[in-house]
Design a protein around this ligand. Structure first.
Ligand SMILES: Nc1ncnc2c1ncn2[C@@H]1O[C@H](COP(=O)(O)OP(=O)(O)O)[C@@H](O)[C@H]1O
Ligand SMILES: [Mg+2]
Length: 200
């Protein structure tokens, strides 16, 4: 279906409403994992499963912003992670931010509405301390909700703390501040991309 830097995503062979994410053989390691021995897993599927379970255990309504994560399965290509499948194609399905930016696919979502929804998504992640790959714009998409659109993310891979002394892992306000900063940067980047003249 698609792939990122770490994993490829395939339709589930038996269940239409699910897909399977499988790590690419030569995916990069998180930077900090090169320096120290980590307690956290470095495998991208384990990073996502770990983040999902952690948030669920804290009672965070994860599925309001991410597809549900199911089990690990063995496949011909190695271990896979089963997740709910998002149909990322208008008109009934979702609209990816990548298509919005790179192909100019707009649906009825104006750039102002889009940025407002990105801010709502950022607020959710800050409030619940979600420090994961969902702060990168190519991992985001929009689903129809009531008369508008609702921002969600494909990718919940846990970020590993790269600070030498990881203060923000033990200080919740420092973590929230850091997440807010990352989203502010990403949203500014998206605003820049949306105001740039279309080349395609
Ligand atoms: N649940 C899903 N439903 C449909 N497509 C998905 C789903 N999860 C991921 N994808 C597609 O696969 C791509 C890579 O998945 P992602 O989780 O971002 O992997 P990576 O760890 O490589 O960044 C996404 O950008 C998206 O296009
Ligand atoms: Mg990704």
């Amino acid at each position: 279906m698609a792939h990122g830097l770490f994993r490829a995503c395939y339709p589930h062979p038996e269940q239409q409403d699910k897909c399977v994410k499988i790590a690419l053989k030569d995916h990069p390691l998180p930077k900090r994992a090169k320096l120290v021995d980590l307690k956290e897993p470095t495998d991208p599927n384990l990073r996502e499963l770990f983040a999902y379970k952690k948030l669920k255990a804290r009672g965070v309504p994860v599925e309001s912003r991410f597809p549900a994560v199911h089990d690990l399965v063995d496949t011909d290509l190695g271990q896979g992670l089963v997740v709910d499948r998002i149909d990322a194609a208008l008109p009934q399905g979702a609209l990816t931010l990548r298509d919005y930016i790179e192909k100019g696919v707009r649906g009825e979502l104006t750039p102002d509405m889009l940025v407002a929804e990105l801010r709502n998504f950022a607020d959710f992640c800050v409030r619940h301390s979600v420090f994961a790959s969902c702060d990168e714009w190519h991992n985001l998409y929009f689903v129809r909700k009531d008369a508008g659109y609702h921002c969600m993310a494909f990718d919940l891979k846990l970020r590993l703390n790269r600070e030498f002394i990881p203060f923000s892992s033990v200080l919740p306000f420092a973590m929230r501040h850091k997440i807010r900063r990352r989203f502010d940067r990403m949203i500014a980047e998206v605003e820049g991309l949306l105001s740039a003249p279309q080349t395609a």
